[in-house]
Write a protein that binds this ligand. Sequence first.
Ligand SMILES: NC(=O)c1ccc[n+]([C@@H]2O[C@H](COP(=O)([O-])OP(=O)(O)OC[C@H]3O[C@@H](n4cnc5c(N)ncnc54)[C@H](OP(=O)(O)O)[C@@H]3O)[C@@H](O)[C@H]2O)c1
Length: 317
Amino acid sequence: MNILIFGKDGQLGKAFPSLFESATQLSNIQVQYVGRSDCDLSQTDAVKQCLIDAKPDLIINAAAYTAVDKAETEVELAFAINAKAPEVMALYAAEHGATLLHYSTDYVFDGSKAGYYQEDDERNPLGAYGKSKAAGELAIERAFSDSARGQYAIFRTSWVYGVGGNFIKTILRLAKDREELKVIQDQVGVPTSANWLAAVSLDLVLNSNGQLQTFDSGIYHAVPPGETNWYALACLAIESANAAGASLKLSQSAIKPIMAVEYPLPAPRPMNSRMATEKLKQAIAAAGDVSKLQRWNKPWSEDVQAYVQQLAKDGQI
Ligand SMILES: NC(=O)c1ccc[n+]([C@@H]2O[C@H](COP(=O)([O-])OP(=O)(O)OC[C@H]3O[C@@H](n4cnc5c(N)ncnc54)[C@H](OP(=O)(O)O)[C@@H]3O)[C@@H](O)[C@H]2O)c1
């Protein structure tokens, strides 16, 4: 089986190699990792050529234009990478009977819903990034709706952290020099470990022998159990860093909660990013290996604590 992974240098992209190290020993799997210098996703022809050369049975698109605020002024580029490139991948998969795994975001919603978003809730993105990601979802759905071949999963996730820049690392960096920090309290969501997300994606698509399995094509919400807000997440990051022996100037009590309206940004963010995950859990269970559901027993906070501990151990705080 040929696997092609776009976005090798991103947080999610960097989570796959360790997972495939064991899978490649199980069966005949060749994985090709592609970064920006190998294939510029803003260039349609480059994406097509990359697919033709790699002849993938499984395409994993971990690449994206993720600069949420910059997207407001780089709309065309955001759409090229987040909508056009995934469309090209989907058309290839639908034509050649391949499987496509793609990633999307809570930002396709406006955040005005009171409860948990379901997969089929109406999209209403607030900013250019969210609009480009929503357009990508629609393009993939369209490409496969015209074909009886291939299959796809679009994993909508939120607040991703891994190897690379993210909110937790920003807070820990600021905590080294600042004595006080204001963090938004009234936006609710779920921090998602890139490692967890990559593992859950493969749980849906590969069987225990590392071979491709069939699943119902569609959108799946993929976030770990629980919910929080940015302020509480910042507090946990500081608490975990202190417990791991890091030397920080900022104490947890010096983090002040503020409202989102007090911290305006170029792109508006959804106030509620909570997404229901029953559909994905049921699909993974239906594929036959219920032991994979153990991943869903751990609340998001345990992975954040372990992540911060690892950063401290690696001397990154
Ligand atoms: N980060 C979050 O909080 C978050 C939240 C919800 C959903 N998501 C979604 O989750 C997925 C993974 O996100 P992530 O956090 O891993 O993102 P990330 O760390 O920003 O990585 C994105 C990757 O895409 C690559 N890329 C950007 N433009 C490209 C281009 N023109 N050609 C080729 N590669 C290009 C980047 O390359 P370079 O390394 O060269 O820049 C980078 O390696 C994305 O679909 C994202 O929309 C993320």
